[in-house]
Design a protein around this ligand. Structure first.
Ligand code: NAD
Ligand code: WQD
Length: 349
């Protein structure tokens, strides 16, 4: 049934792709985003792909209770998908309080506003990083959690807070989705990942090398206990992740309380496998050099997605080749991301 869905962080990488899926499925979408890590242009492109725009965009901070009240008073919100968060692991080690403030404080402000306005359905963006340094893969939702950096700890903390609230607030329904490594872009080339500054994640780094914005990839360690010694991750196409959110909305009323699901493919790829796939798909060489391990990195993170498939019939449909092809297509069509021209320093007066 069509719902009116508030999407926090809806202009971001995963949020914008999810807005497309929701609009295409007939839902009304209201976005709240402060654009601290996104461009308003992404929502223009969402409208182009979906054939209709989101119902409203509120440019506001998710911690701002007055802004949240205004959003809930202006729209009959049925459910909330909460993407808005800070997500750079390295930065979270340098400024952990900012991460607790935005990620945990933003979540409690949002849930408090939902409660005051009688909204009881929440889909929360969690992360495979809550598993920390996994000893056995693939990871099920019951695998031990042991976050190893402040970012991951904020996601783990939000899960604990939400689970506890579900125990005490009758009627509250929360789905926490632990995404593995979202990558790729919309196949139209209109939406994609547009990180500010030096990319933290490997896929945008590869596309920026291929387009000539960066020289070479540092492969962070080749002495991990993996088949080729480089880190193994469960890369999942961002459109599969977006479709997972559509399925989540369809199933949020299946059961009361909090439920946790992995969103992954169940297949791991090493850094070198990813580099080779990207080179094949793009036809561009990716100069790379093995360097030290990146502090905090783990050897292998791969999902067991059986629980979500059994519950919703959802499974990832797109492979690593599609992720590389679509990420490369977006980068070629948007060499400077959503900015029309590269950011240049203003001329001196
Ligand atoms: P993103 O940075 O592209 O999107 C986040 C959006 O939230 C941006 O549009 C940003 O402007 C907005 N935002 C940030 N702080 C805000 C605030 N205080 N108030 C309002 N808006 C704010 O990130 P993404 O990759 O799309 O990630 C979305 C969610 O998924 C995040 O919660 C992230 O932690 C989680 N996640 C991401 C990954 C990944 O690898 N991309 C993996 C697992 C989990
Ligand atoms: C992938 C692999 C690196 C860059 C992060 C967050 C996690 C989640 C997903 C939000 C690793 C290697 C990388 C480079 C490299 N996000 N690599 N050279 O670290 O698995 O996960 O994004 O929730 O919480 O930690 O993703 O893309 O940074 O790295 O060799 O320049 O690529 O060591 O093996 P990661 P990533």
């Amino acid at each position: 049934m069509p719902q009116t869905v508030l999407v926090t962080g809806g202009a971001g990488f995963i949020g914008s792709h999810t807005c497309v899926e929701l609009l295409r499925s007939g839902h009304e979408v209201v976005v709240l985003d402060d654009h601290s890590n996104s461009s308003p242009e992404a929502l223009e492109r969402v409208a182009k792909i979906a054939g209709r725009p989101v119902a409203a965009t509120h440019i506001a901070d998710v911690r701002d209770r007055r802004a949240l009240d205004a959003v809930f008073m202006s729209h009959p919100i049925d459910a909330v998908i909460h993407f808005a968060a800070k997500k750079a692991v390295g930065e979270s080690v340098r400024i952990p309080l900012a991460y607790y403030d935005v990620n945990v404080g933003g979540t409690t402000a949002l849930v408090s506003a939902m409660h005051d306005h009688g909204v009881h359905r929440l889909v929360f963006s969690s992360s495979c990083s809550v598993y920390g340094d996994a000893t056995t893969v693939p990871l099920t939702e019951d695998s031990p959690t042991a976050p190893t950096n402040p970012y991951a700890t904020t996601k783990w903390t939000c899960e604990q807070v939400l689970a506890d609230l579900c125990r005490h607030v009758p009627g509250l329904r929360v789905l926490a989705l632990r995404y593995f490594n979202p990558a790729g872009a919309h196949p139209t080339g209109l939406l994609g990942e547009d990180p500010r500054g030096v990319p933290n994640n490997i896929m945008p780094f590869l596309t920026q090398i291929a387009v000539g914005r960066r020289d070479e990839l540092s492969v962070f360690g080749d002495d991990y206990p993996t088949p080729d010694g480089t880190g193994v991750r469960d890369y999942i196409h961002v459109v599969d992740v977006a479709e997972g959110h559509r399925a989540a909305l369809d199933h949020i009323d299946d059961a009361p309380g909090m439920r946790v699901f992995n969103l992954g493919t169940g297949h791991g790829a090493s850094v070198l496998e990813l580099v080779r796939t990207f080179e094949r798909v793009s036809g561009r060489p990716i100069p790379h050099r093995v360097t030290e391990r990146r502090p905090g990195d783990v050897a292998e993170l791969v999902a067991d997605p059986a629980k979500v498939t059994a519950a919703w019939g959802w499974s990832a449909r797109r492979d690593l080749t599609a992720m590389c092809r679509d990420a490369w297509n977006f980068q070629q069509q948007n060499p400077h991301g959503y900015a029309p021209v590269p950011n240049t320093p203003s001329p001196l007066p």
